[in-house]
Design a protein around this ligand. Structure first.
Ligand SMILES: O=C(O)CCC(=O)C(=O)O
Ligand SMILES: [Fe+2]
Length: 353
């Protein structure tokens, strides 16, 4: 009779790797699916945008959601903007998308990008496209339609304000509901430098052979972190609280006090420029039994070749509805749901001739 011996436990076999600080762009490229671009905007624009967003952030709210039987509040303030070029004023659909940025709480139609944000966005789009041209695309990425081809553009932006050392956002990967699979997200940092923490989710089949490592990336004022395709499928990210922070000293005075010396600030502003895909338009998002739009999540544990990855539509009512969701989930199927064109669709067409 043979005796089956139990496999050695993970802790016995694979050493834990200490957290690693990625202090320059080449280390970030080496260890993560992200790239870092320093001093991305002209200094005057970066400072003007910082002041604009800090002033606006006085009216922003903290997201709220249900955790078991109580409401919890996000430890930072957030706001959602839509770009004027996409006809937001005439398009109620974006209102629904904005509402889901606030965890399904009813909101006004999203405001359009303030002028300095629009100016910054045009520069950032060029940086993102230059970077994307150097990279191999994943099959499920959006391939664009018509003359726009495969050019990345932003049509919405979410902004966050972290004041002081304690404001933070916990580990998460961004919902893919309107972004679709393998999105590219361009994340601008302004003001006080904070740490961006990244940690890979190891697929189940590799769990016995390797461990995830925590990466800490200092985010300087006026730096752009591009979370390239596969970041949301393979990594979780966070802005952790810190014991200390360095105050940001603006180079220019506040426009409303042009003759006073600039005041140091303990705020960090983050703006994530995003492209909400036309094939994940709010009208196309399945509803669950609670009759609210579901959210799209990647199956992070099984993956990640860009072809056989799975995504689920899941009930999100729990975030708003006294924490009581209906438990709905369904596999997302690009073909039967009529989504695309993706990079794979375009490649297939090219191969056929
Ligand atoms: O502040 C940041 O850099 C990250 C914010 C973030 O993860 C988010 O808004 O989803
Ligand atoms: Fe995020």
């Amino acid at each position: 009779m043979s005796v089956l011996r139990q496999a050695p436990t993970l802790t016995q076999t694979i050493p834990r790797l200490p957290p690693l600080t990625l202090s320059n762009p080449s280390m970030i490229t080496q260890h993560t699916p992200c790239t870092m671009h320093l001093s991305v905007l002209p200094p005057e624009l970066a400072c003007r945008l910082f002041y604009t967003m800090v002033d606006l952030s006085r009216t922003w709210n903290r997201n709220k959601w249900w955790l078991f039987d109580r409401v919890v509040e996000s430890p930072h303030r957030t706001a959602f903007y839509a770009r004027r070029t996409d006809g937001v004023d005439a398009n109620e659909a974006w209102q629904e998308a904005a509402q889901y940025w606030y965890n399904g709480r009813v909101s006004e139609p999203p405001p359009v990008f303030p002028d300095p944000m629009e100016e910054a966005c045009e520069i950032i789009e060029r940086v993102v496209n230059d970077e994307m041209r150097k990279r191999t695309r994943f099959p499920l990425e959006w391939a664009g339609t018509g003359t726009e081809g495969q050019i990345w553009r932003a049509n919405v932006a979410a902004s966050n304000c972290y004041e002081g050392t304690k404001e933070s956002v916990g580990f998460h990967s961004d919902h893919l509901t309107y972004l679709g699979p393998y999105p590219t997200i361009a994340s601008l940092s302004l003001g006080t430098s904070r740490i961006f923490r990244l940690r890979e989710v190891i697929p189940s089949e590799e769990i016995s052979t390797r461990r995830a490592r925590t990466f800490n990336i200092p985010l300087a004022h006026n730096s752009l972190t591009i979370m390239h395709a596969a970041t949301q499928e393979t990594f979780k990210h966070a802005i952790p609280p810190q014991p200390t922070i360095d105050l940001y000293k603006p180079l220019y005075p506040h426009p409303s006090e042009p003759f006073d010396p600039p005041q140091p600030s303990n705020c960090r502003i983050n703006i994530t420029f995003r492209f909400y895909r036309p094939d994940f338009h709010p009208k196309s998002i399945p509803r669950c039994k609670c009759d609210v739009p579901t959210i799209l999540r990647p199956d992070m544990k099984n993956r990640h070749d860009g072809k056989t990855d799975q995504y689920w539509w899941t009930c999100y009512a729990g975030a708003q509805n006294d924490g009581k969701g209906c438990g709905f989930w369904r596999v997302m199927d690009m073909t039967t749901e009529g989504r695309g064109p993706t990079i794979a669709d375009v490649d297939k067409k090219a191969a056929v001739g």
